[in-house]
Design a protein around this ligand. Sequence first.
Ligand code: GLC
Length: 449
Amino acid sequence: MRYFKITAVLFFLVANHVVAQEKLTKEERLEWFQDAKLGVFIHWGYYGVKGIGESWSMYHKRISYDDYMSQGKEFTAKNYDPDAWAKLFKKIGARYAVLTTKHHDGVALWDTKFSHLNVVEKTPAKRDLVGPYVDALREEGLKVGLYYSLIDWSHPDYDVVFPRPDTRKNYPQKNQNQLSPWQRFLRFNDGQLKELSTRYNPDLYWFDGDWEKSSEQWRAESLKDSLLAWNPKVIVNSRLKTYGDYSTPEQGVPVVRPEGAWEFCMTINDNWGYFPSDTNYKPVSQIIRTFVEVIATGGNLLLNIGPKPDGSIAEEQLVRLEALGEWVNKHESAIFSSKAGLPYGHFYGPTLLSKDDTKIYLALFDNPKNYISLKGIQNKVKSIKVVGSGQELSFERNGGAEWNNIPGILRIEIPKEKNLDAYVTLIEVELEDALVLYRGHGNAVELNK
Ligand code: GLC
């Protein structure tokens, strides 16, 4: 008996130890994400049929519920080629993608058993669209992100601010009469999320709409626990109240460097979904500059596309992705081995820093005049080159009082015209050792030479 007790205690201790060891920290789970730099956001849904706002057009009563849902009849996914999507994303240097599996409108892109409002039952596509996307991304070695709106404006137990017909027939609820409407809704959301998790095992969940309810109402904490139980490596964006792993600023590039891991999501024109009348596409130059500003402050860019209802990608969006990709590939050596750059004040423009702190990358948004200047670097510089062309640039240190630890400026030669990139030129400054920055206010040189 005593022997049995000791064995049981030992077993308990060992089992606990294993469990404790397996639980990954947030930093460990975020490791791939922090190096990802570029992701593609995909808003694909009914709204592309009429080219109207995703879900919000219903909310703002620009279209009736029934008319909105009737778009499903033309959501064909006829030219949906997830392998080509994945190959394209890989080619442009993206490391992950995020697909809207269910937007606020409640339409599921997979054959959920929790509602009939899904593309398999309601559209000519007649098949699961999430699975092939997941497989294609994995085939290319890309991380899989699934967007899921916590809000469901079609669910009969979810209150809405616009007129909506009785939708109960789309949401079978067996033996749930004893539950409150909100309990039924949570059971529904949990059910769909368990379905997504167990079937597709995403690397990332991109929640949306948490603002409509409190953390307690969403049961955010226990939802996060469930997600981690289903996949201990999963990461979650910040729209699960305070239970997200990284922050998600949207549309306006942060002016102040956000803290912790973050991702900036941005539309390619002014709308998330396919919206042919919106021709206000961002120029390639803006997309590339934004990408550089974001990675220079430690974030990832999640650039959005809105495929057509047949699954093809509009030419205007393709050319932008391709152009960004060309730039990314040309500067790959700098982008993927680096982290956020120097604090403000050392260089007029964004910078990146190699992970071992021995290389600084200076981004030139404009063609430089006279010389390029870098301030406050205590280290000796080994060499300076233009990324891509490899042109070596001469440099000279001027001013400062080295013996008093006050560095002067580094005057760097301007690259040859042909070596200036059409969008953003990156200059690699290689230091003799790990970066030491001068962050002082300046002072008198009390002991002169
Ligand atoms: C927004 C919107 C939504 C969009 C999303 C993308 O706040 O509610 O329509 O899908 O965020 O970031």
